[in-house]
Ligand binder design. Sequence first.
Ligand code: GLN
Length: 208
Amino acid sequence: MRNRRIGILALQGDFALHGVSLRAAGAETVDVRVSRQLDDLDGLVIPGGESTALLKLMEGTDFFEAIRGFHDRGGALYGTCAGVILLASRVGSPAQPSIGLLDVDIQRNGYGRQVDSFETSVPVPLLGDPPLPMIFIRAPVIRSVGAGVEILAELRGRPVMVRSGRILATTFHPELTPDTRIHRLFASMCAPVGRGRCVASVGGSVLR
Ligand code: GLN
């Protein structure tokens, strides 16, 4: 079986370190700067950074439709921090456009300003011991999730890691820690696609 080929949206933000973690997880990585590069991928990471800057850089491109089409064809998506804001179906503080594939209600900068950024460790039952180190940088808060969204970790009563079909989302930055369990999990969610095949298991049922 060939390695998973995973793209990292490389328009802005913390894309380089995702490449390091994904390669440590055994994946081949591609920096994605134009939407046609999605045709050849099994998964895509939308990194943290600044969602307003990402939106500006996507203006006048077909990235929104291309990412929706990639997901429809069976591509897996992983959003961190600003990446989750782009994937969310509802964004607040303030409201802004989004790709809308992940059924969550999200509030930007929900933990406060830059000085309120913090590091902690949180148990993630799916990943086993030890608790996962998490770095939150002007992170958004997920205020509510839709019925099909599985909460994989919570902090202060709010979801910080969720999964919905073949979409994974974390409001923290795992690529800034040496722990590669999240990137391994995401690589395992990526099955060969683009050539019409993808197997994603959701609650025991197999999609596609
Ligand atoms: N505060 C940023 C935003 O609203 C996200 C920060 C991050 O990705 N670390 O887009």
